[in-house]
Design a protein around this ligand. Structure first.
Ligand SMILES: Nc1ncnc2c1ncn2[C@@H]1O[C@H](COP(=O)(O)OP(=O)(O)OP(=O)(O)O)[C@@H](O)[C@H]1O
Length: 337
């Protein structure tokens, strides 16, 4: 049972109250709204300038788990670092919970909690001290601090007074999530939180992320793990080479994979691969096993098998594969590579 009051109707401490009162319509806005965001890193020495974000625009709807996917170097961290105020954008604009990051940076920052990719800790602080310090940095007065509650939420209450260096990797990750929540932001961003994390821990972390989301927190996560995005996210955006190349509800995104694969075990060694203009690709996996890729718009599995039989083979075993996010991802990133 989660006791966080992260997304309560009354805006969290400390800065949002006044602005929300001043503009109640903001409540209906997207959690994050990004408009034509561009970032060029100036080249050092003889190195050329690097265009990291090339006019990216999208909204993260409130209340969702939103996945930001992209290959290495796509621009994901740049985007998140702009939101957190660590990187200065070159042009474009961004609003966090309705607050423009230029015009209202304090409220924008107060509305977002960021769990960084790397685990950085002062080993001599206990988890309780680390949370108190972090709350202090955000200007949360003592009376509003929720150290014990947060430690309970991330199941670290019995480690409250242990030195950080004695925590396991998983405990440290959970402490990072608690640290990102000290100011009760309505948005939590997790930057590749499960890179290098074992399966058990990953599952625990996702359970907790789901719990936070059920409590009303909008979640943005970047990940390289496509299955993870597929399992967790309501909506997925893909960026590649600094450009947004897709942004859809997860089910729709997965449905974009047109190609299906069928693996057939034949009754005899394959002499020549069956050629058919409707097959997108045919590959021999072993002497008697072939894999055929076909577009589900043009053929169904029965028709594929009939055509292989017509080429003189009997089929002794068959399996098909549904398209998944990986197929979409590969197709999309290939198209603009
Ligand atoms: N401080 C910097 N100076 C110059 N170039 C940079 C800087 N930071 C990032 N880049 C470049 O900008 C591009 C986008 O990098 P970014 O870290 O945003 O990508 P990413 O999608 O987060 O990648 P990863 O998944 O590997 O973390 C890359 O080509 C990277 O080399």
């Amino acid at each position: 049972m989660l006791h966080l009051h992260t997304a309560r109707a009354a805006p969290p401490f400390p800065l949002r109250l006044a602005s929300h009162r001043a503009n109640p319509h903001r409540v209906t806005e997207a959690a994050i709204s990004i408009d034509t965001l561009r970032k060029v890193y100036a080249g050092a020495g003889k190195a050329p300038d690097k265009l990291a974000l090339d006019g990216v625009s999208f909204d993260v709807p409130r209340g969702q788990i939103f996945g930001l996917l992209g290959p290495n170097g796509a621009g994901k961290s740049t985007l998140i670092n702009i939101l957190s105020g660590m990187v200065r954008k070159t042009s474009g604009s961004a609003r966090i919970w309705g607050f423009d990051i230029d015009a209202d940076p304090r409220n924008a920052k107060a509305s977002i909690g960021i769990v960084p990719q790397e685990i950085v800790f002062d080993p001599f602080f206990t988890p309780a001290e680390a949370l108190e310090l972090q709350a202090g940095l955000f200007g949360v007065p003592k009376a509003h601090r929720r150290t014990a509650e947060l430690l309970r939420a991330v199941r670290l209450e019995d480690k409250a007074d242990a030195y950080a260096r004695t925590l396991s990797g998983g405990m440290k990750r959970r402490l990072l999530v608690a640290k990102a929540m000290v100011h009760s932001p309505p948005i939590l961003v997790l930057d590749e939180p499960t890179a290098g994390v074992d399966i058990d821990l990953r599952q625990q972390l996702w359970d907790y992320v789901r719990e936070l989301n059920r409590a009303g927190v909008t979640i943005v996560l970047t990940t390289h793990y496509l299955e993870e995005a597929e399992e967790l996210c309501d909506r997925i955006a893909i960026i590649n080479h600094g450009k947004l190349i897709a942004n859809k509800p997860t089910a729709e995104m997965v449905g974009m994979a047109r190609e299906k694969l069928i693996v057939l075990t034949l009754d005899q060694d394959i002499a020549a691969l069956p050629a058919d203009p409707d097959f997108d690709k045919v590959s021999k996996l072993t002497e008697r096993v072939i894999e055929i890729g076909y577009s589900k718009d043009r053929l169904n599995a029965g028709q594929v098998m009939s055509r292989v039989r017509a080429a003189g083979y009997d089929i002794v075993d068959v399996s098909t594969r549904e398209p998944d996010l990986e197929d979409v991802f590969l197709n999309l990133t290939k198209a603009v590579a």
